[in-house]
Design a protein around this ligand. Sequence first.
Ligand code: DGL
Length: 247
Amino acid sequence: MRVGVFDSGVGGLTVVKSLLEHKLFEEIIYYGDTARVPYGIKDKNTITRYSLEALEFFKNFDIDLLITACNTVSAYSLDELKEAAPFDVVGVVEPGILALQNTIKDKNSNILIIGTNATIKSKAYENPLSTSKYVNISACATSLFVPIVEEGLYDGPVLQSAMQHYFKDLKHPDAIILGCTHFPLIEDSIFNYFKGNTQLIHSGEAIVEYLEHHYNFSKKFEKTELKLFASENPEALRRVAKKWLKH
Ligand code: DGL
């Protein structure tokens, strides 16, 4: 099976990492729209237009499935992509919700959702979780984390002060939904900020669980061919991939 993975920038590589670890695909085509990142401060029309343009790119490849490894795109443009695509399209929000429900059974637990401005504004996580009776949900747009990750500042004073800025007044969360695929690159820092005493829900692991449930993967691929593309500066994307994926 061949899969396309799409994100606004480097963040979707965190999903690729999970796909590689689980050996699900023989080929992964990754496209990061690095020329136009961040998407998370844009409106639905723009996010959908960019996403449909990315879809045109993927039509050049013989893929069976497209993963929108971007919570912002998954929250706003999944229906439009599904309608226009000649292959299946799967987003990361629904898998993230299912992963949280599977991990946190106590509906009184403190759940913190972090994501881009757009994802938080969409309430794509919040509404289904409230409907399924989680009563202590907080949501916080942590958009500054995206450029911090794009800059490669995975730890240090800039990230620490951004975390302090966003998290200082929050109740201690029992679980955090990392509702942006850039955030697993700083998950150790987030985990340590909360003294290691919180569960992190990660789009990459969530989607693997979801795919294994919905598709029939009859074999594992010991070798996966990974092709990386970007709308600007693909070298920078490859450098992050090399460091992060060791692939
Ligand atoms: N990685 C993206 C997400 O999961 C968004 C980053 C951005 O472009 O703002 O939402």
